[in-house]
Design a protein around this ligand. Sequence first.
Ligand code: UD1
Length: 422
Amino acid sequence: MQKLAIQGGNRLNGEVRISGAKNAALPILCAGLLTGDQLQLGNVPDLNDIATMRKLLLQMGVKIEVDGDQIVLSAAHVDKLEAPYDMVKTMRAAILVLGPLVARFGEARVSLPGGCAIGSRPVDLHIKGLQAMGAEIHIEHGYIHAYAPQNNGVKRLKGARIFFDLVSVTGTENLMMAATLADGVTVLENAAREPEVVDLAHCLIAMGARIEGAGSDTITVTGVDRLHGASYRIMPDRIESGTFLVAAAAAGGSITLTDTRADILDNVLEKLQEAGAIVRVAGNTISLQMNQRPKAVNVRTSPYPAFPTDMQAQFMAMNCIAEGSAMVVETIFENRFMHVQELRRLGAQIDVEGNTAVIRGRAQLEGAAIMATDLRASACLVIAGLVAQGETIVDRIYHLDRGYEHIEAKLSQLGANIRRVT
Ligand code: UD1
């Protein structure tokens, strides 16, 4: 199993290019199922989750050509309308094939994701939404079997008004995709406003979909008979951007991110400034300079545009070596403090009660062997390793490879002493 060996203490300096967003690329790859024409995508990140999604689409019969960060999909002949358990259990986002399959082919068989490290994460909202659109759904042997209603021999979902009783990112994406080919108008209320939902909507609109309101909490989709091919460039990854910025704020130094966007990172940039960082934005670059020990900052996760749960663990790492105490409240996932145990192994002082962690900053962490438990927890442990004294070995970094493109190469480029060992 691969590990990362980090010698802490180096400041980070230099420039790093931000990759395309994993959480936009995954639904957009699934959008390729909605048309028999070619969908050409650019800025697709080279990540394990993307490879898993490609494998899944390939198994269904989708033709895929890859050239660097460009991917061309052709779903002209899809012969297997199924997402098997072994794929869904490694990547929950595989559930995103459900909406497109039922919408275009009238049926789908998708494994239930089951539990995962950061909580139970059910998919009831995806299912209820499809039922509201007339789909018949049976859960059998751990699989969701979904069938669109038939009218005069034509299988087609029907437009509906769907209210989400809690904000779900992939739930919104699944139902927005399903609605593009439905008969009539679908209104998604209390929809997720995340920038990745907006990116997906822009891609669908380029494919001929009629969508209004993406980015607000009410999305209206008027179904069309068919979608066509398009060419689309995936947005930059705001979580990768935020992770590098926090790493530099914790380790000190001066870095510039290129090919990124500051407008979707408002909350994160504000928190970094509160910690004492100097942040400058120019066009599609963000620079951060940190000349002091960070000040502790409180964080409370909430759906966009509030502070993202996917940045919670990284801020926790920074707070461990900050001046003062901070409170971190996680409101999205019930079990997203798995990194706390590992941070304690580095000497961090953290108390957890329910969904609240109180961190008392220490001047120094000490390197140790630690283990990654999920994707963002891994990023947090890497940041902690960068600031800890001596060597930190982060085990189980396959979690990290799911969502960060060439992270050790990018950090090395900024001056970190980090290498992959087997
Ligand atoms: C997406 C992101 C993930 C991020 C999360 C929250 C992708 C591929 N993943 O995950 O990185 O951490 O948004 O910003 O985009 N829930 C239900 N029933 C449902 C669906 C969700 O109860 O049917 C609950 C979940 O358990 C969770 C909350 O709603 O407590 C939010 O989950 P959701 O927004 O759906 O997360 P994902 O879309 O899976």
